[in-house]
Write a protein of this length. Sequence first.
Length: 260
Amino acid sequence: MKDEKRFPTGIEFFDKQTGGFYPGVVVLLEEVGAGGKEFALSMIFRGAEKHFKATYIAMSSSREEVIRDSKLCFPEGAEERLKELEEKVKIVSLEELYFESSIIPYWWVGGKPSLRAFKKKESDILSELVKVCDDIPEGSLVFLDSMSDLVRLTRNRISWNDLIDLIKGIRKVCVRRNVLVLTTLTKGMLDKGREEELVDQADGTIVFEWEVHKEGVTRWMYIRKLLGILPILEKKKIAKYSIRIDPYEGFVISQLVRIM
């Protein structure tokens, strides 16, 4: 068996404990605004080119929106982060396909008509996503933004079984080509059975949650499932991490909770 690449998160404390992620698919299951997307962006900014090539696949956002939103995630480090994103990260936008059969006018999406706008036959967004994944270099980190967007399409455009098969297929590609795919999924948008079925296809599930208390609000991260890593954390009796989003550094672990 060939040696598998490890993907450092860029979070020094976490990487010292675990050595980084193995190739595969990791779902960042987050309550809205709890830190899942910031985790992925921080990992991209800290590791792009230095440890791995990075690809950002945006399902419903344009390239310009990706750059703007990423810049605003870390406002005090905006210029440096923006330059890194534009120069080191490949950004692929599928927004035209995503909104193709929606009520959204084509000029809202691309700003000007494209040949696709005049096609009567609906394109297959999953097939296009497969083509994008085929072009990803070995040893890459991929951020698929987002699984929530794909789940929404199962309501009227794609079948649930096709989405599950796609995740299974992407995982096979990841293992074969030493690729790590991170993707965000909004917690609670699926019923319990379907949420369980979806995360069961992945190598890992990291949960991001809010907790409101008298002193304020705390973000928590805990590892629900992570191939090769969870046994290490359980041996160290680590239950969960308190996290914060720094305007310059991005995703930061501020403390951890151990099971005694």
